[in-house]
Design a protein around this ligand. Structure first.
Ligand SMILES: C=C(O[C@@H]1C=C(C(=O)O)C=C[C@H]1O)C(=O)O
Length: 114
């Protein structure tokens, strides 16, 4: 049996009649993705505002840039939150470690310049 297909701009085939509804669904989902990405950027910006202040506090009081015990507690907490939210805990841990590494880099820069 053959099905009639039309092509989208990427050349991918889509059954006729579904084109418009698929496009509308994709567009609706992408609007939400864009809103979520914007929220992530704003939340990260706020987090870095806080961690910058922590960096200055630590530098002023000669405290080390990294706090591995605090990090271990955060990772355990985030992994549990992720599990409850059905997000891969390994991914949540990797993401937090990535962010924390950047924060520590900032703290080292602050400590050197103070
Ligand atoms: C922000 C801090 O500094 C570092 C960065 C952390 C973070 O980004 O959450 C956590 C622990 C520290 O290694 C802190 O000590 O609270």
């Amino acid at each position: 049996m053959t099905t009639s297909h039309t092509s989208d701009t990427n050349g991918a085939a889509a059954p006729e009649g579904q084109d418009e509804s698929v496009r509308a669904e994709l567009s609706r989902l992408r609007e939400s993705i864009d809103n979520i990405d914007a929220a992530v950027v704003h939340m990260l910006a706020e987090r870095f505002k806080c961690t910058q202040q922590v960096g200055h506090l630590k530098a002023n009081h000669h405290l080390p840039p990294a706090d591995p015990a605090r990090e271990a507690r955060q990772i355990a907490r985030l992994r549990e939150l992720a599990e409850n939210a059905r997000l891969d805990p390994a991914f949540a841990e990797k993401l937090l470690n990535f962010i924390i590494a950047e924060v520590i880099r900032h703290h080292e820069t602050i400590a050197k310049s103070s």
